[in-house]
Design a protein around this ligand. Structure first.
Ligand SMILES: NC(=O)c1ccc[n+]([C@@H]2O[C@H](COP(=O)([O-])OP(=O)(O)OC[C@H]3O[C@@H](n4cnc5c(N)ncnc54)[C@H](OP(=O)(O)O)[C@@H]3O)[C@@H](O)[C@H]2O)c1
Length: 250
């Protein structure tokens, strides 16, 4: 039986951990060749060693040369690109009274600028393949919370890019969608710059707003991602899928 993503090629940014890793593993398991990118070689290597369909590239996607290197690697190795998953992201947690412009630059250079840069560079190949793009947003883009202005501002931009790009690229046969995850158990909760006590309080505050009563697992995002980037979703474009245990229903 033919696998769902046979002969397809996917790039997953931030594919060495958390949600990106789960997406990369799921796509590879269903037949795709997947290139994952991140700054930490150990986690990328571990992910790639678990499935021979996954290869990795070490680099910082806020740098133009990394983006160019990703596209060159895809071209040289596979000659095509069907699926781009813009997943890498970072979630700063600070009240605006403490935000510096350097904090803004750090958040927006990854969550916004790198996502746009990656998309611009991947588009010629994606259009040639009549492929699709999946952006990873956040429930926070539409359900705001204190101390997250830089993050939810960035993700609001991601959701609007998703919709406008879907409008613009439809005539090329290219679909663009996003997933807005709720609270998912990954390392992102440990890299906030908060003290352990503050981080615990922040996490408890979020947990109290989840109707399902628990954090999600990265695999629960990957299941929806695999649907959205597949032909099963051939009539889905410009959609923002909530995968959040009901958090965004309020
Ligand atoms: N977990 C949640 O509750 C949640 C909720 C809503 C949305 N999201 C979104 O889900 C996405 C994935 O996050 P996650 O929860 O899976 O957290 P994560 O495990 O921390 O994943 C973030 C990934 O991005 C990579 N990354 C960070 N900076 C990078 C850079 N400059 N260049 C290349 N790669 C970079 C990281 O690898 P390196 O550090 O090795 O570079 C890591 O693999 C993010 O966009 C996040 O905003 C998560």
């Amino acid at each position: 039986m033919e696998e769902k993503f046979e002969n397809k090629v996917a790039v997953v940014t931030g594919g060495g951990s958390g949600i990106g890793r789960a997406i990369a593993e799921k796509l590879a398991k269903e037949g795709a060749n997947v290139i994952i990118v991140g700054r930490t070689e150990a986690s990328l290597k571990e992910t790639a060693e678990a499935d021979k369909k996954i290869t990795y590239l070490v680099g910082d996607i806020t740098k133009n040369e990394t983006i160019e290197q990703i596209i060159k690697t895809v071209q040289d190795k596979f000659g095509r690109l069907d699926i781009l998953v813009n997943n890498a992201g970072w979630c700063p947690v600070q009240p605006i009274t403490e935000v510096t412009i350097a904090d803004y630059d750090k958040a927006f250079s990854l969550d916004v600028r790198a996502l746009v840069n990656m998309t611009i560079h991947a588009l010629p190949l994606i259009r040639e393949a009549k492929g699709n793009i999946l952006n990873i947003s956040s429930v926070g883009a539409t359900h705001r919370a204190k101390n997250l202005s830089m993050y939810v501002g960035a993700k609001a931009a991601v959701e609007n890019f998703t919709r406008v790009w879907a409008l613009e690229l439809a005539e090329d046969g290219v679909r663009v969608n996003a997933i807005a995850p709720g609270a998912i158990r990954t390392n992102i909760w440990n890299v906030t710059d908060l003290s352990p006590e503050e981080a615990k309080k922040h996490e408890e505050g979020i947990a109290a707003t989840i109707p399902c009563g628990r954090f999600g697992a990265p695999e629960e995002i990957a299941n929806v991602a695999a649907f959205l980037v597949s032909d099963e979703a051939s009539y889905v474009s410009g959609a923002i899928y909530a995968v959040d245990g009901g958090q965004g229903a309020a």
